[in-house]
Design a binder for this molecule. Structure first.
Ligand code: XIL
Length: 334
């Protein structure tokens, strides 16, 4: 949910959310730069509102996120010495995670700590706190939020090398005797290139660690990738606009609607096959109009990555996804 939706300024969105979803995630408002803008100042208003909203509508909140190198407040980005970073890290996790313990269902404790080759990403946390910062974050979260599920979340961790890195990281947390309950595969993919085999293998390998597997930010871009850019959800890697990579400014042609529907069908068939291992699927946005993919990695485009269109109407892909369940034998109640 974005800010307008959390503030209940968008009645159409609210009608759809309460009708179609049983779990919500804040797109931005629980990230450090918003919830903790200054050393000694926290902005809990919107997060509190989200918690109340979810309670009122009988939904769970999956909170996103505690520790991430992006969307950090300015005061943290400017920090030079390790002691300050350590103090921020401890205060932030303690304050935010304990406030919402028992109120949110889960936290993405650490987001995007890995490089594509599976090594640890260079970030302020790695540089100032060292290799163990992920274990430390989970240890602090476990203490501050004993009633909250704790997850590691990242993009492209279905890819073999990055997956191996994620598995090593999760094993390290477990070996330290620290609780980790699940792993979130973000799922920002392209309609032409959904890595089905890697996803299946990942479900098997991650669940073999004894943790939940989730798809936490699902969307399928239908627009051409900018030249030379591989599929990545790294929010710092953007590209310039040109009209050739924005082909569907008026509407999505039928052939593309069908292609999207087929890609989503294949994905949800796989999810149903492993429904005993997958605890949640979350879309990154309610409808196409509000998707971040209209602005990322290229600003000003018209993308169609979700199941509901700009008028909040279900797209062909929506009906196909529903059919995977009503026509299949698999059954799961949340
Ligand atoms: C994105 C939001 O959707 C945008 O509104 C914001 O400007 C940048 O971040 N991986 C994540 C999410 O874990 O937090 C990112 O969300 C998308 C990539």
């Amino acid at each position: 949910m974005n800010t307008a939706q959390i503030e209940e300024k968008d009645p159409k969105a609210e009608a759809l959310i309460t009708q179609q979803f049983n779990a919500v995630t804040p797109e931005n408002i629980m990230k450090a730069e918003i919830i903790h803008p200054q050393w000694d100042k926290y902005n809990f208003d919107l997060a509190d509102k989200l918690v109340d909203y979810a309670k009122k509508h009988n939904m769970i909140v999956n909170a996103h996120n505690l520790i991430w190198h992006s969307q950090l407040p300015v005061f943290v980005r400017r920090m030079k010495d390790a002691d300050s970073v350590r103090q921020y890290f401890v205060n932030h996790i303690n304050t935010v995670a304990s406030r919402y313990d028992g109120k949110v269902y889960s936290w993405d404790v650490v987001n995007e700590a890995l490089n594509e080759d599976g090594t640890m990403r260079k970030s302020i946390f790695l540089e100032k706190l060292g290799d163990d910062f992920v274990v430390d974050a989970f240890r602090l979260a476990q203490k501050a939020a004993p009633h909250t599920k704790l997850y590691y979340n990242d993009y492209n961790i279905e890819q073999p090398k990055k997956r191996a890195g994620a598995i090593a990281l999760i094993k390290k947390i477990q070996a330290a005797g620290v609780r980790i309950d699940g792993v979130g595969i973000q799922g920002h993919w392209h309609v032409d290139n959904v890595p089905m085999e890697d996803i299946e293998q990942s479900i098997k390998e991650f669940s073999a660690l004894g943790i939940e597997v989730m798809f936490t930010e699902l969307d399928l871009s239908v627009l051409p990738n900018p030249r030379g850019r591989s599929n990545s959800a790294d929010i710092s890697q953007t590209a310039n606009y040109n009209a050739q990579i924005n082909p569907y400014t008026k509407e999505l042609p039928d052939s593309m609607q069908q292609k999207l529907a087929t890609a989503y069908t294949d994905l949800f068939k796989l999810f149903l096959k492993y429904n005993d291992k997958i605890s949640r699927v979350t879309f990154w946005g309610v409808n196409d109009g509000q998707s971040w993919l209209n602005g990322f990695p290229v600003p000003g485009r018209t993308n169609y990555p979700l199941l509901f269109d700009r008028e909040f109407k279900p797209k062909p892909a929506f009906y196909k996804v529903i059919e995977t369940k009503t026509k299949g034998s698999a059954n799961k109640t949340f």
